[in-house]
Design a binder for this molecule. Structure first.
Ligand code: ZN
Length: 285
C-alpha cells in the first residue's frame, strides 16, 4: 500500500501533500513490464496524479493526466480517483537511453517536447481541463508549469523514482506544495528560500524520512499541521460489464469485422492488462 499525507501550514496559507508511491510504481512496473526510464516517468506521473486526486473535493471526482511528447515514450496517462488511488500506462513501455548529465535516468529525453493535459471530472456537464506545453518532460516541472499557467496556482512539485538494477522499484514518492488563495506574495519567497539545496525525494526516503519530515524539510520556515493520512494504491476499475458495453457500442460493421474468422473478441484493459473475451452471442443479452 502507498501512503499519502495531507498537511496545511498553521498560518493557513500553504497546502502540502507528500506520497510514498513505492508500491504504486512497483505495481505499474509489474503490470506493464516497463524499462527503467519508463518506470521512472510513469511512476512520477502516477505519484503526481494521486496527490492531485486526493485534493479533489467530491467523492466521485476523478483526474486524468496525459503527457504527449515527441520522445520515444510517446505518451503517458495516469488517472486518479478522489482518494488518490491511481492507474496508468505508457505509450511505449520499453525505452533504453543513456543516463543524463547528472547520471540519472533521462526521463526528460524519453518524454521529449510536447504537452501536459489535466482533466478533472468533477461531476459537471463538462470536465475542467487545461493543456500547457511541457516545461522539461521531467514530470515534476511540468506539473508545476501546468498549475502556474492553467490554474494560476503557485506550486512546488518534486517527484522521484529510484529503480534497482534488476528493474524493480526501490523507492518512489513526491510532494506537492501549493499556495492557498489566502497567501500573499511574501509567502512564495519564503517557500523558495527553504527549497535551496534540499535533498531529492528518493534521498530523503532512503534516509528514513517520514512523509511529515519530508514536508518539514521542504518547508523549513513554516509550522505544519497534519490534516489526514490515507493509504493509496494502484487500482483499476475495469470490469466485464464495461468491456462488454465498449464492444456493444461499436458500429455493426466494425463488430462484424472483429468477429471475421474468429469466435471470440478480446477487450484488453490498457491500465491493468486484464483480458475480457466475448463470443458474438453473448453480446445480445
Ligand atoms: Zn483494468
Amino acid at each position: 500500500m502507498g501512503k499519502l499525507l495531507r498537511c496545511i501550514t498553521s498560518d493557513g496559507c500553504v497546502s502540502a501533500m507528500a506520497i510514498d508511491a513505492t508500491d504504486i510504481a512497483s505495481r505499474a512496473e509489474e503490470i506493464h513490464d516497463t524499462s527503467a526510464v519508463v518506470t521512472a516517468a510513469l511512476g512520477r506521473l502516477l505519484a503526481a496524479a494521486s496527490m492531485i486526486g486526493a485534493g479533489l473535493k467530491g467523492k466521485n471526482d476523478t483526474v486524468t493526466m496525459r503527457i504527449a511528447g515527441d520522445g520515444p515514450i510517446g505518451h503517458l496517462v495516469a488517472v486518479s480517483d478522489a482518494e488518490g488511488n491511481v492507474r496508468g500506462y505508457a505509450g511505449n513501455t520499453v525505452v533504453e537511453l543513456p543516463p543524463n548529465a547528472q547520471g540519472k535516468l533521462d526521463v526528460g529525453a524519453a518524454v521529449g517536447k510536447g504537452t501536459i493535459a489535466v482533466s478533472k471530472d468533477l461531476g459537471l456537464k463538462e470536465p475542467y481541463s487545461g493543456v500547457v506545453p511541457l516545461a522539461s518532460g521531467e514530470i515534476a516541472e511540468d506539473v508545476t508549469s501546468y498549475f502556474a499557467f492553467s490554474e494560476q496556482i503557485p506550486t512546488v512539485c518534486a517527484l522521484g523514482v529510484l529503480v534497482n538494477p534488476d528493474l524493480s522499484v526501490n523507492r518512489a514518492g513526491g510532494y506537492l506544495i501549493q499556495l492557498l488563495p489566502t497567501a500573499d506574495d511574501g509567502i512564495i519567497e519564503k517557500i523558495e528560500q527553504g527549497l535551496h539545496n534540499i535533498p531529492s525525494v528518493t534521498q530523503m526516503m532512503a534516509g528514513g524520512s517520514s512523509l511529515f519530515q519530508m514536508l518539514k524539510t521542504a518547508l523549513p520556515a513554516f509550522e505544519l499541521e497534519e490534516l489526514a493520512e490515507q493509504t493509496v494504491e494502484y487500482r483499476c476499475n475495469c470490469s466485464e460489464e464495461k468491456s462488454k458495453s465498449i464492444l456493444k457500442s461499436l458500429p455493426p460493421d466494425d463488430l462484424q469485422q472483429i468477429y471475421e474468422g474468429q469466435e471470440t473478441a478480446e477487450v484488453v484493459c490498457h491500465f491493468c492488462g486484464a483480458v475480457y473475451r466475448f463470443d458474438q452471442n453473448s453480446l445480445d443479452d
